[in-house]
Design a protein around this ligand. Sequence first.
Ligand code: GLC
Length: 389
Amino acid sequence: MYTNFPENLGNPQWFVDARFGMFIHFGLYSLPARHEWVMTLEEIEAENYQKYFDNFNPDLFEPKELAKLAKKSGFKYVVFTAKHHDGFAMWDSKYTDYKVTNTPYKKDIMKEVIDAFRSEGIEIGLYYSLIDWNHADFKIDGYHPDRNRVDLEKESQKDMTKYQQFIKNQITELLTEYGDISYLWFDFSYENKFKDHLKGKGKNDWDSENLEKLILELQPNIILNDRLDLKRGVTTHEQYQRAKSSSEDKVVWEGCQTLNGSWGYHRDNDNFKTSEMIIKMLIDTVSNDGNLLLNIGPNARGQIDKTSRKLLGEIGEWMGLHSKSIYKSEGSTVTPPADCRYTIRDNKLYLHIFSWPYRTLTLKNIPKKVKYAQLLNDYSELKVIEAGV
Ligand code: GLC
């Protein structure tokens, strides 16, 4: 039914119905608080990055409160950063010492998140970075913080098959010790980026085919995104939305978006979107048959900054009244009036009005006769006049 979900992959229906997910970027980079790529943007050496590990202690992190906020804001699934590019494990992994339980925080923070969100009925997704700037066998490439400090001799002794095994071990751990995981979100492949000794990495570097096989053996119902470089799984667009696909090429897609341009907490970045922009983006996404994965980045104390909280509150308020037109909904093939979007669910057509027309809207080519029309926020009747042809 979906061209990017062959039969051997899990059934994505729950995902398509959910439409709205919360992305959480939380890790060591929350301490420097100037973008989750800080290690490579500033070419920080491992010894210098260590201070964030030594000081990781989000003392005000309240996973239960966060899960409640997520539910109230209308999110149906969560994607939590188990490991980002710096290689730091947010769970008690037995395959590395570079993990949360060895920091002053001591607890398995990922488990706390999973338990809290699960008990709110939110589907669990995990983000896993294929890139790893901490692993001894991960070859330096053009994205690596050490790209200008390459020792070719040392590089030639690295064994990427050891790193592939490490990925398999960690993924096995994630899929056997934390109950049912609904969604695995890999990040990312860049085979054709950079040249020569700094060449990028793709499916052969990750051993993606075998990794996917292993995952499906462990959890046959899980769904995966497309960043293993196998050209299947949820198509994940980064910070841009896509247009509706044709009926012959129906794909499961998800646009992931930040609140302010940074995924990890970024103290000095006030470039926030407004709730109106985000809500319109969500509607637009659903009207094009996609999902929106909206990010938050807790700060080093584990708190969500005031602006993000305010935005989530406003989104939640809107969802409280309008989510019927979002969940289990899809787009329409009929063109809506200018500045409007259509979503459809259960034989009901929802018209989302981005720009208020003051009085009258003309709907054309509606396939069925309109029996009754009302506003969704208060169910107040709207007058329908059938125009003559
Ligand atoms: C990118 C970035 C990363 C972020 C991700 C979210 O690939 O490398 O920092 O986690 O996108 O989509």
